[in-house]
Design a protein around this ligand. Structure first.
Ligand SMILES: C[S@@+](CC[C@H](N)C(=O)[O-])C[C@H]1O[C@@H](n2cnc3c(N)ncnc32)[C@H](O)[C@@H]1O
Length: 243
């Protein structure tokens, strides 16, 4: 199952999506941290650390951060683990990886969630922050997560989810669809940053509902699958590989 339909105004076919997405993040990489920082009212770092602690990341665990981007999740993981030596960061965008490498002494791998060049049964904990919309197929991705997790290992997927209510949905649409991309362009003076945040909205708007993500996690044989909503805006998906 695709996480959203083909966005034909952006790329012609599903096959063309990865190249389009890579280019978008390569070009926007140097602006990503600042735009995300103020766009989420400086809550991002604290939330990324808190959510990992709350879902059981502990020192001694081997962690894989998929779609690490500029390292915003993994930097917080390293604070919990005490260092980055047991962290592997994976992302297809060389631009995003370049920024992350400047922050963390982790193991970096260029690759996609759908086919990770990583061994089976390796990680105790797997994170993916705000990138599920960019994969080509949910079940293929989740089967990969199951493969690389150790038996008993846990995954944590973070997403922003469009609110269901009419009023909250309206404000969400105005902020993420108009205000956020406009201010991103204004503050950075970069068309690439504006475009990256415009696409952020387009994929959120078109994304399958949380129930479909939960179904896909269960379909690949993961257990204890849950989705927790946060502040009507964030989704925290968790699942475990049976021991
Ligand atoms: C919005 S950024 C999220 C970065 C970071 N995880 C965070 O919490 O801010 C999305 C990231 O997903 C990456 N990405 C896009 N397609 C991907 C894929 N198929 N597999 C893994 N990562 C992908 C992009 O290169 C980008 O770095």
């Amino acid at each position: 199952m695709h996480p959203h339909p083909t966005l034909t105004e952006r790329y012609a076919s599903p096959e063309a999506k990865p190249e389009f997405v890579d280019r978008l993040f390569d070009k926007g990489a140097r602006h990503y941290d600042s735009v995300v920082d103020w766009g989420f009212l400086r809550s991002g770092a604290g939330y990324r650390k808190w959510v990992q602690q709350r879902h059981g990341l502990k020192p001694g665990m081997k962690l894989l951060d998929v779609a690490c981007g500029t390292g915003l999740v993994a930097v917080e993981s390293a604070k919990i683990l005490g260092s980055a030596k047991d962290i592997t960061c994976l992302d297809p965008s060389s631009g995003m990886l370049e920024v992350a490498k400047g922050k963390l002494d982790a193991h970096f791998v260029q690759g996609r969630a759908e086919a990770m060049p990583l061994p089976d049964n390796t990680f105790d904990f797997l994170t993916m922050g705000y990138a599920l919309r960019h994969v080509s197929d949910l079940e293929t991705t989740f089967a990969e997560y199951r493969r690389v997790l150790k038996p008993g290992g846990k995954l944590l997927i973070l997403e922003v989810t469009k609110p269901a209510g009419a009023i909250s949905g309206f404000f969400f649409r105005v902020y993420f669809g108009r205000v956020y991309p406009f201010l991103s362009g204004l503050f950075t003076r970069s068309r690439d940053a504006k475009d990256m945040m415009r696409y952020y909205w387009e994929t959120m708007d078109a994304c399958v509902p949380p129930e479909r993500v939960v179904e896909a996690l269960k379909a690949v044989g993961l257990v204890q699958v849950e989705r927790k909503g946060m502040m009507g805006l964030f989704s925290e998906y968790t699942a475990v590989k049976a021991g």
